[in-house]
Design a protein around this ligand. Structure first.
Ligand code: HEC
Length: 198
């Protein structure tokens, strides 16, 4: 490893130690706000999105969300380039300024940007462990998706295909939107490696 590499990795290591314990996950689909109160709603953040807690006022937490957005549509953040795994959807791309972190191109040649936003959420929407959130999806999938046909094979569909399947099965399985979302996020997280061939 070159000297610059050693310095860089020690910076990454020390900053990740500094933030240890501050990274969390969104535990339900929830509104995001402009400030540390619920007065100005500016969008929505998805179940299972990883975030970093920056500060705290009363019942609200300022969080940093990082993801990939299609160029010109920086208000919609996804986990990765060309993946239908939603993180954050802001109502527009004027209210909040995105911080640009990197550039990329998808397999169709379209440009993407890696960006981050700082927004506020109610503290009840945060969980320390992703396992607790995954478990809800896993249990719902096991109990509600095998009644009419055999439970589908998780790897049979990609992360980009699961959302429309869940949407179609949601009324059949009598799921609330949040229950359907738990299943969707659980399946997407499990299949995420297989989704790159889309
Ligand atoms: C009330 C019965 C019922 C329940 C509950 C149900 N399904 Fe289905 N599912 C069906 C039927 C009927 C089909 C046949 C295809 C169709 O009509 O869409 C189907 C088809 C499917 C397919 C194949 C779709 C395709 O395009 O080939 C998948 C995958 C699937 N279901 C997943 C699920 C999941 C995930 C759940 C739980 C959220 C679920 N199903 C719950 C009735 C059900």
């Amino acid at each position: 490893m070159k000297k610059s590499g050693i310095i860089l990795s020690s910076i990454i290591l020390s900053s990740s130690l500094l933030f240890a314990g501050k990274s969390s996950f969104i535990n339900q689909d929830t509104k995001v706000f402009m400030k540390s109160d619920a007065k100005k709603e500016i969008g929505k953040i998805d179940t299972a999105t990883p975030i970093e807690v920056l500060s705290s006022i009363g019942n609200f937490r300022e969080i940093k969300v990082t993801g990939w957005a299609s160029y010109g549509f920086e208000n919609v953040l996804f986990k990765d380039i060309g993946q239908r795994i939603f993180y954050l959807v802001l109502k527009d791309n004027k209210t909040k300024k995105a911080k640009e972190l990197a550039k990329g191109t998808d397999s169709f040649g379209s440009e993407w940007r890696k960006v981050s936003y700082k927004v506020w959420v109610n503290k009840t929407s945060l969980s320390k462990k992703i396992n607790d959130i995954d478990k809800k999806g896993q249990e719902l999938f096991a109990s509600r998706c095998g009644a009419c046909h055999a439970s589908p094979e998780v790897q049979h569909y990609t992360a980009n295909q699961w959302p429309s399947i869940i949407e179609a099965m949601k009324p059949r399985a009598g799921l609330s939107s949040q229950e359907a979302q738990f299943i969707n996020k659980y399946l997407q997280r499990k299949t995420v490696k297989g989704s790159n061939h889309e």
